[in-house]
Write a protein that binds this ligand. Sequence first.
Ligand code: BGP
Length: 486
Amino acid sequence: MFPKDFLWGGAIAASQADGAWQEDGKGMDTQDLRYFDASWNKTQREENRNINMTSKRFQDALSADDTTHYPFRWGIDFYHTYKEDLKLMEELGLKIFRTSISWSRIYPNGDDKMPNEAGIQHYIDLFTECKKRGMKVFATILHYNIPVHLVTEYGGWKNRKTIDFYVRYATTLFERLGDLVDYWLPFNEINCAKFNPYNGCCLIKDQEKDYENAIYQCTHHQFLANALAIEAAHRIIPDSKVGGMIARFTSYPATCRPEDVMQTILDENYKNYFYTDVMARGKYPAYFRRMFEENGIHIRKEEGDDEILKNNTVDFLAFSYYMSMVSSTDPNHEKAGGNLVSGNRNPYLKMSDWGWQIDPIGLRISLNEMYDRYQLPIFIAENGLGAHDRLDESGKIHDDYRISYLREHIRQMDEAIKDGVELIGYTMWGIIDIVSCGTIEMEKRYGVIYVDLDEEGKGSGKRSKKDSFYWYQKCINSNGADLNEL
Ligand code: BGP
């Protein structure tokens, strides 16, 4: 049984939805520079996501004024359509809406002395509209897109100065938007720095002498920025709720060989718990000291850093959950695709069109394990199915595959709540079709609302309701009790 105030919601991110990349004073950001070619085949799309960013691509993109090959520049034009889109979300019955704020709309260069008032006004209008339509606001302060100027001028997250710029930005948000936001997330998936270093911490691999070291240096700076944002939020808005989020990579041992079981513990620690341990317990865990030593990783810490982490821990935890993984010491274990990282194949699971292994019970496992470890309220900040949707002759989309994905995951959330987990909300990912983050495809659709745009941004942009819209609406109206077919 879901608690009566359970927060049923939907999530998107600014760079994947907004478009309007140069409007109202917005500066260029790191996602505006990600190149995509609609003629790429499946392998090229995957490779492009793994290669992420090169110096050449970065430079070329800086001077490119074309938008076709840069889908994050057009998104779904949410910047202009948010009123009509939120009307649909209200009809859906959403209790909460999650989106991110574009840093470069507020501070176009990142190091500006004064914020851009037009950018602030946009978010006042957007969040006021959410409130008018009965939705709480869940705001992500940074979902990958940082002002380009901070990268070219300062080296981005490698530089400690970026912490100060970030804290100034976050402080502005708390001061100006504090009364409109209900839940804050300083960072989307803070463990992304490790798994997609361009997105996570704006590192360009060919510029790094010691890539691994740079990743953990950036992560240390992000931990500090996260903690200082919590400190500022609690000071400026006394009852504010600030969370810590990871992409959750739940792992199972491939066999009961002790080596595989040990590997699972290591994978869980290095991919997941390192990040939540620091954010929720306020210190680096012991297992990481060993990993740093054995791999020759030396990060620069300053006096006082440990106190900052210790004194500013999160109020709740959040994660995205799309699939589970398999841990094995056998390098030849069969492989499968995945979010941010690809992994080993689990023969008991079906896969999505993109090879992500669908595992609803893994969500119950993740919730139980995380709650048991920290006893903090949990928010599922993302979960959903990316699929190829096809319109029938009458323009309808019968996405029974998405309905079944959602149903099975929601059933497992219900089980987890019965297990005793304090689950406060669920913001389904990509509630409206948006550009995919990993492979930059418009054709990888998650929404219960369809958007008529192709991979070059062409189309009417018209919104239409998929079957899953009516199903999710029914689920929300019954507070998760009616998960039956339509
Ligand atoms: C998460 C990101 C999102 C999102 C989602 C799905 O890691 O926070 O931004 O897009 O994954 O990934 P994709 O869009 O690549 O299918």
